[in-house]
Design a protein around this ligand. Sequence first.
Ligand SMILES: Nc1ncnc2c1ncn2[C@@H]1O[C@H](COP(=O)(O)OP(=O)(O)OP(=O)(O)O)[C@@H](O)[C@H]1O
Ligand SMILES: [Mg+2]
Length: 142
Amino acid sequence: MLEKLLLAYDGSEPSKKALEFTKELAKKLNAKVTVLYVIDIEKASELLGDMAVDTLEAMMEKARKIVGEAVEELKKAGVEAEPLIEKGGPPEKIAEVAEKGNYDMIIMGSHGYRGLKRLFLGSVSEKVLKIAKVPVTIVKYK
Ligand SMILES: Nc1ncnc2c1ncn2[C@@H]1O[C@H](COP(=O)(O)OP(=O)(O)OP(=O)(O)O)[C@@H](O)[C@H]1O
Ligand SMILES: [Mg+2]
């Protein structure tokens, strides 16, 4: 129990707060952490029309940078960590990876890049809370 943690991470300030929490928790529990970033294919194709291969490659590059930095930070603190990049709808993918990968807990921020203050939760964290079958920890930003 609590050996495998899934950090849903988008590189935003709120997700960095979730990263800090995950780091402390993983150190205490001696748990392994997977840092997951989901490339939102639907949103991207809406914005860009037909997605060119180089656009997808640019998104992959950005994703690698985002998760890579978080993995490095965890490793520096002595935590075993690995990156994971998936494509799809972010909340659905996060819940699916957690279930199929037998993760003990999902950790995520209350908000992300949009960070609308009037909303209690961002749409990704709200939907993950709704559909995930494993425990979810939401780290509040403010
Ligand atoms: N594409 C993603 N991949 C992985 N985790 C994500 C992704 N997007 C958001 N998250 C996680 O969900 C948390 C909440 O972000 P969310 O996107 O729900 O808020 P928001 O950006 O403020 O609002 P919205 O996206 O609904 O406009 C983030 O801190 C992060 O932990
Ligand atoms: Mg968001």
